[in-house]
Design a protein around this ligand. Sequence first.
Ligand SMILES: [Zn+2]
Length: 312
Amino acid sequence: MKAILIFFTFFLTTTVGFAAKDKIIVVIDPGHGGNDPGYLSSNKAYLSEKELNLIIAKKFGESIEQQLKNVTVIYTRKDDSFPTLKDRVLIANNANADYFISIHCNANDKKHVHGTESHVHTMDAGKSVCLAKEFEKEFTSFAGRYSRGVKDTEDREHSLQVLKYTNMTGVLLECGFLTNESEAEYLNTANGQEKISSALFRAFKSYIIKQHPSISFIKEEPKKVDVVASNSPENKGVGYSIQIMSSKQAVDTTIPEFKKIDLPVARNEIETTSPYKYRYTVGSYPSQDEAKRDLEKIQQKGFKDAYIVKVN
Ligand SMILES: [Zn+2]
């Protein structure tokens, strides 16, 4: 009996051990590449679709790597190479990824057609549909785009190989129409690219937090090495602060953009493998609720991606 009990306990713990996931993998797939430019505008000042896809994809992936923990990002391409559609599927399936997100820009013969679309293989794929809806929601609420909604094989009247053959939750995004003058212009600006990739990040983040309650995605502020302009004497002990941005090179904390906030900005150099080793924070709050009040003000002053961090 004892032996059975020991065996049963062992079986239980190991099974639970295997079942509990502590990390997720996302494959980001910038559409086209190499000899396949995707949509090419007749306006030579505009980038090709393959270039825009890569810019947006990289910004999206960088935000995940900088701001979330326990997420591994794999790209199907990080340069102007062309993995075949079969290669892209294999990369995702072989990595046993949890998410596959393909990034494209759209085109249509009718120049007035505009808006964003999130494609899934089938409306029966519940998780993919939920994630797609989250993307469309942020395209509208955060980036102010017109959403054409979630589409599947029946809407398109054809299937998309990268969605059909990948084994995981998958969405193919069409970030706007390059054949529509105002969307082409928007997608070709740094601001447009930033907004679109931030919308993708916000959607992905809120989806995975809901989907994987057992995994912690919120990064705790690493140990501070050098506080250049500590804003308050009580900036010590456990509490919360608001991170407004990060940078590769040290930025002066008295620049006009920071002055708009009306609160002292602290630059912290942190120990990290990321090239973004300078983090800029505002305030020291004993609770998240107190930090939230200032967070809203800071976001209204232009730092829309500011977020609350835990300070050790
Ligand atoms: Zn495309």
